[in-house]
Design a binder for this molecule. Structure first.
Ligand code: SF4
Length: 475
């Protein structure tokens, strides 16, 4: 098995041989899980398995990773959201808009339709992002795959929690003080009303209603299948939010149906596997192929403990000090969107990005180098070698605790632990963007002492390859 490796004739590296051997030895186990540090070449591993085992489906966390996989494996069929494809019959329209029209009759000429047919009817090896895979399951032609590989597997729970909930503003007229027991009936009544709108509305009205029905159905399915995992809250505007606060196990079981489930991630902890599945599993943590001295995460004694409300001038001054300490290096600074806007005036010529222009800014940064005040860039970015040698994390990136749903999640018995580990994982991901192969080198500097407190507290939970990166600099 896996003799051909990825089909390119390139011999596998040691960690890749080890992982494939682990998969081979445990073939037949319902779940095979590997914690594979950054630089393991997970795309190569997925390709190997897809080439060797017909009927394998591969899921990644987001579109950037799907596109990277396609670049690496051009013959691969890929399927992402309809809004990323153009309707051939009406080229100024996305496939999503075309599909939403009541009058839409699929002609089968667009890339979206072809990719979907190839995946569902012809069963060719396909890479999806997680959300597209979720939608593909609604197609009557969908059958569980033989092998399902999930990359960035630990993100799947959060993602399913997001897509299986929804918020309802004034146009839905949500009743005040509704009891949870009435939520499913209320959702059904809204769905029926919207179905009637679709029946009699013009294309534009019907298209909006179809979109609403879609999210109501997803939320309703979750609420019906996993009622004890859901809650409903009203935000400060009175909008009704219905969202799971624990992993919606039944939805995940549905999503993860297959003969063999293979989980891979650099940040896959034991607790993530328990959150994803209750099936028997084998799990192995693989040693990093990159020596710890080449991917150090440094916390210096005496640093200011910066938080979200720290004045941008203090944050800017900390960043300037680090740039002086390590001059001439292409540098990525991980900050929130709000903080990047505030910091921009302190750094002339620095790149900043929005969710929409992230890929374009990444291209420019790769081309020109310099300083990038990057937001939403903890994953899916490959800045190898000189493209980036210094990573700065002035403030730990934490989920927003003012969010009413997050408050409910924090109140659960494991809420604080889940929250803290999420913060630590984000640092691990951010530091992994700039050291990509065994001869690569980069340095990460963290500006928050809370990082030390958390790594000390959760030492038992963290992969050894992560712990060995962390150094305290007492200079
Ligand atoms: S199937 Fe045909 S009509 Fe529908 S979106 Fe694709 S190209 Fe447009």
């Amino acid at each position: 098995m896996f003799e051909s490796f990825d089909g390119t004739g390139t011999p596998p590296r040691q960690i890749q041989r080890d992982f494939l051997k682990f998969v081979e030895e445990n073939w037949g186990a319902p779940v095979i899980a590997g914690t594979l540090p950054c630089g393991s070449g997970k795309s190569y591993l997925a390709k190997s398995i897809m080439e060797e085992v017909p009927g394998t489906v591969y899921i990644t966390a987001n579109n950037v990773l799907v596109k990277q996989m396609k670049e690496f494996y051009p013959d691969l069929n890929v399927l992402i959201g309809k809004k990323h494809y153009t309707c051939v019959k009406s080229p100024q329209t996305t496939c999503e808009d075309a599909w939403r029209k009541r009058s839409h009759r699929p002609c089968g000429n667009c890339d979206y339709y072809k990719a979907r047919q190839a995946a569902l009817r012809d069963k060719v090896p396909t890479c999806y992002n997680a959300i597209s895979y979720w939608f593909s399951m609604l197609d009557p032609a969908w059958v569980p795959p033989k092998v399902l590989i999930i990359d960035e597997a630990d993100k799947l729970v959060e993602m399913m929690m997001l897509v299986s909930g929804s918020s309802f503003g004034p146009r839905f007229n949500p009743p005040k003080n509704m009891e949870f027991i009435d939520v499913a009936d209320w959702l059904r009544s809204k769905e029926n009303l919207l179905q009637a709108v679709v029946e009699r509305g013009d294309n534009k009205v019907a298209s909006e209603a179809i979109m609403d029905i879609d999210r109501i159905q997803r939320t309703l399915e979750g609420v019906t299948l996993s009622p004890t995992k859901y809650c409903h809250v009203y935000d400060e505007n009175g909008d009704l939010i219905i969202q799971p606060i624990e992993p919606p196990t039944e939805l995940l079981q549905k999503l993860l149906r297959c003969e063999t489930l293979i989980l891979m991630s650099a940040t896959l902890y034991q607790r993530d596997i328990h959150r994803l599945t209750d099936k028997k599993y084998v799990h192995k943590e693989f040693e990093s192929p990159i020596d710890a001295s080449r991917r150090k995460i440094i916390l210096k004694e005496g640093y200011v403990n910066m938080k979200y409300d720290t004045h941008p001038e203090i944050v800017a001054s900390w960043i300037k000090d680090r740039l002086q300490e390590y001059p001439g290096k292409n540098t990525i600074v991980h900050v929130t969107y709000a903080m990047s806007k505030k910091l921009k005036r302190y750094f002339k010529g620095a790149y900043t990005n929005t969710p929409e222009d992230k890929e374009e800014i990444l291209k420019q940064f790769k081309l020109n180098g310099g300083l990038w005040l990057a937001s939403g860039c903890a994953e899916g970015i490959d800045l190898h070698d000189k493209l980036c040698e210094l990573t700065l994390i002035p403030i730990l990136n934490s989920p927003n605790i003012e969010d009413p749903i997050y408050k409910r999640r924090l109140a659960l018995p494991s809420g604080q632990e889940d929250y803290d580990l999420q913060v630590l994982k984000t640092v691990q991901q951010q530091s992994g963007r700039a050291t990509r192969h065994p001869l690569d080198f980069s340095l990460t500097i963290v500006g928050s002492k809370r990082f030390k407190t958390l790594t000390d507290r959760y030492r038992q939970e963290l992969p050894a390859s992560y712990l060995e990166q962390i150094r305290e600099d007492r200079k």
